[in-house]
Design a protein around this ligand. Structure first.
Ligand code: NAD
Length: 315
């Protein structure tokens, strides 16, 4: 009995890798509906899907910002059945808030947060009626701990996390599962797009110090962080594949053990000053601290390879 998986945002990055990985499941356990806002961007997915296309993978249109498109997509599925929903579509935004318009910020909230809400308004009632289903949400470590110049993006992921925490309690009553996947940096289009947009930020709207922090500290470190800590979309797909095949999937799953120390700080200090202080020192006080922590994290990664099976895809 195949499970029906619906994934959003599959034209690139994590969504594309997820669709392909799940469609190529060794035991053929899944029928994947890989959805995207704009079908004309399906070329990469078609190529990557190979022989699974038309068998265990089908491509459909779905825009998470458009309720009609979500309904039309779900209506087109056999018996409207979705066993596993993977909410992946999302967008980033970096820079000082003084340089961003409320409209731009609303688009991020509308995609990352209300996109998930819209999907669930359409799919949750059916899952409740069947008393079965798994809701998987691609969140971020920034849903747990905010990071410099990611104010609105972090807020959108915090919104996702709070929403899911609240819903998870009700879901238990209906035998439904919810899992938040929390990647650290992943090298995808996302990262390039966000960086390119960041570079274009009109810094004339902000004071010199803020502009300097953004260009000379944040943007300079941006690529270094992705190249030293970044995972591949295939890594995230492998982690997510494990989560959807588990009998008792966890509510939260961080894909990058390098980030565990940072998110742990949050729980270590109930006053909340510790992570802010450490991030401040890492970013502003001296590059030395930053490099030292990177090396420390690399060491942790080296050590954790041995102890965390999920950390390393077994391909
Ligand atoms: P990506 O830009 O390659 O993929 C995002 C996808 O969402 C794109 O295909 C885009 O077209 C799609 N999308 C945007 N708006 C949409 C809409 N209204 N309807 C349907 N699709 C829409 O980037 P990615 O890294 O693969 O991002 C996927 C998810 O992973 C996002 O939710 C992102 O927040 C999350 N994430 C990314 C990183 C990272 O560093 N790349 C880290 C943590 C979490």
């Amino acid at each position: 009995d195949q499970k029906v998986v619906l994934i959003t945002g599959c034209s690139s990055g994590i969504g594309l890798s997820l669709a392909v990985r799940i469609a190529k499941d060794e035991k053929k356990r899944f029928m994947v509906y890989a959805t995207m806002r704009n079908l004309s961007k399906g070329e990469l997915l078609v190529k990557a899907a190979g022989r699974t296309l038309g068998r265990s993978l089908e491509i459909k249109q779905l825009d998470v910002c458009d309720e009609k498109s979500i309904k039309a997509c779900v209506d087109s599925l056999p018996e409207r059945r979705v066993d596993i929903l993977i909410s992946n579509a999302g967008m980033g935004l970096i820079g000082p808030i003084e340089c961003q318009t409320i409209e731009e910020m609303k688009t991020v909230m509308d995609t990352n947060f209300f996109g998930l809400v819209r999907l669930l308004k359409e799919i949750l009632p059916d899952m409740k009626a069947r008393k079965s289903g798994h809701i998987v949400v691609i969140s971020s470590v920034m849903g747990i701990q905010g990071i410099l110049f990611n104010d609105i993006y972090a807020a959108s992921k915090f919104a996702v996390e709070g929403f899911c925490e609240s819903l998870a309690i009700q879901a238990l009553r209906f035998n439904l599962k919810i899992s938040l996947i929390e990647p650290g940096p992943v090298v995808t289009e996302f990262e390039h797009k966000v960086y390119e947009e960041g570079m274009k930020t009109d810094l004339s709207k902000v004071d010199k110090l803020t502009a300097d922090l953004f260009t000379n500290i944040y943007l300079k470190n941006y690529n270094q962080i992705f190249s030293s800590l970044g995972q591949t979309p295939e890594d995230i797909a492998e982690h997510t594949h494990k989560i959807i095949t588990m009998d008792n999937p966890p509510f939260r799953h961080q894909t990058n053990t390098l980030y565990t120390p940072m998110t742990t700080l949050k729980y270590a200090d109930p006053h909340g000053d510790l992570p802010i202080d450490i991030f401040y020192k890492m970013v502003f006080e001296h590059d030395k601290v930053f490099n030292a922590s990177l090396n420390f994290l690399k060491l942790l990664r080296w050590r954790s390879r041995k102890s965390f099976t999920l950390d390393k895809p077994q391909s």
